[in-house]
Design a protein around this ligand. Structure first.
Ligand code: SF4
Length: 419
């Protein structure tokens, strides 16, 4: 079994109509359709009430068992391969360093984010545990099996970090606490630190504090959209979804106060209709607050409300990816960069020699996320092929080699004679 899906993959060298960026006007999500009553809120799964038996691998054609957190969690296929609960190979990677866990319920996520394969509107066609998410399947695994395996590996665990991803569900806050407690009862959070990918819509400051008190190391907020308009269009009223930009910022500020510098951050998706200036301005704001930025390249997830739209052209992505790294780790500032009338970066504001070294180093083009045990600017969470097919890599889940750097330079439209 392979961990990557390539269906629907489009070469993203240039965007639609030959554009080298995805403009706001073009990136309009389609509207969610109506869900038949007998498929709402996981009714089918709950009515059949099939007892789960061990690991469940997503399969649209069989009866989906009734699985629920905190007894069950889903995990990325890469994490499941690394944990040894499923088999498969990953192109040019041997394992992932982050054990990403996702809360799971038959009712699924109650939000409707336009770019997300887990969104509520999909209950019309696919049970929650069978939905694809960031391009791959997420098997469901009993939490006790997860903990037994990781505890059994002791100091030899391949994982440098564990992450609990919340979804929008009435039980999500309490079950995140339950999963975290189960983990820290058996596994030292100093040995494998825990990140929380939060769901601010259901949270208050006390919830953030509780997770910190229970041993969570890093708290992140998936803003995903870089501007309030785009947020509302893709995650709020525009798609009958409950999220609000102001609430996300409120919880982000709580996280800054409670978790402290370098221990909080945001997720941002690039190429959903914002400008490069919009994203890098946001990146700067987060860095000025003391946080970090984890970035994804927009990919039209099959079955999502944006699956008819183009992936982010590689030149737009590479410019923003590089700009993010420069601001996050190299003391560059957005106000020293130059942008054209479309908000595209034309100058990163650093001397050519320094830029060459940073580009050739390749770290700027690796997947961004919470750090593991190698170094601060190498993410434990490498999410293999979560934002692109392996044939046209957006975020490199491994160290890019000379050939990769040549390709990256071409995409950045920087000559590769110095590589
Ligand atoms: S809240 Fe998260 S999981 Fe739910 S639809 Fe939005 S992006 Fe997907």
């Amino acid at each position: 079994m392979s961990c990557v899906k390539t269906e629907g993959a489009q070469p993203a060298e240039k965007g639609r109509d030959g554009l080298d960026f995805n403009p706001y006007e073009m990136m309009e999500p389609r509207l969610p359709g109506k869900t038949p009553k007998n498929r709402k809120n996981g009714a089918e799964v709950k009515n059949r009430n099939l007892e789960p038996e061990g690991v469940y691998r997503p399969d649209y054609n069989i009866l989906t068992p009734n699985m629920r957190s905190p007894e069950y969690v889903q995990m990325s296929t890469a994490a499941a391969i690394t944990l040894g609960v499923t088999t498969g190979r990953m192109y040019r990677c041997s394992c992932t360093r982050c054990l990403n866990l996702l809360l799971t319920y038959p009712e699924g996520c109650r939000a409707n984010c336009a770019y997300c394969g887990l969104a509520r509107h999909r209950e019309a066609e696919r049970n929650y545990a069978d939905r694809n998410f960031i391009r791959v399947d997420w098997p469901a695994v009993p939490m006790d099996v997860v903990i037994d395996k990781v505890a059994g590996d002791g100091g030899n665990s391949p994982f440098h970090r564990m992450c609990i991803s919340m979804i929008t569900h009435p039980n999500s806050d309490a079950d995140t606490v339950a999963v975290l407690k189960k983990w820290t009862d058996r596994i030292d959070p100093e040995a494998i630190p825990v990140s929380i990918l939060s769901n601010p819509t259901t949270m208050g400051r006390a919830d953030v504090q509780k997770l910190k008190d229970l041993g969570a190391d890093i708290f992140t907020v998936a803003l995903d959209a870089a501007t309030p308009e785009l947020f509302d269009r893709t995650r709020g009223k525009g798609v009958q979804s409950p999220h609000k930009w102001s609430k996300y910022w409120e919880v982000l500020q709580d996280a800054r106060d409670i978790f402290g510098p370098q221990k909080f951050g945001v997720h941002i998706i690039v190429g959903m209709g914002e400008t490069e200036h919009d994203v890098l301005n946001l990146v700067q704001k987060i860095v000025d607050m003391g946080g970090h930025n984890h970035m994804f390249c927009f990919f039209p997830e099959q079955g999502s409300l944006m699956d008819h739209l183009p992936a982010t052209p590689r030149d737009q992505w590479r410019r923003v990816q590089l700009g993010r790294y420069l601001i996050d780790y190299c003391d560059a500032r957005v106000d020293h960069m130059k942008f054209d009338d479309h908000g595209r970066v034309t100058d990163f504001g650093l001397p050519t020699g320094e830029m060459d070294d940073i580009i050739n180093d390749g770290l700027a083009f690796r997947t961004s996320g919470c750090p593991g045990k190698f170094q601060d600017d190498i993410s434990a969470c490498d999410r293999p092929y979560g934002d692109s097919p392996p044939s046209d890599i957006a975020s490199y889940p491994f160290q890019p080699d000379r050939k990769d750097i040549r390709k990256i330079r071409k995409q950045l439209e920087i000559p590769h004679r110095l590589v």
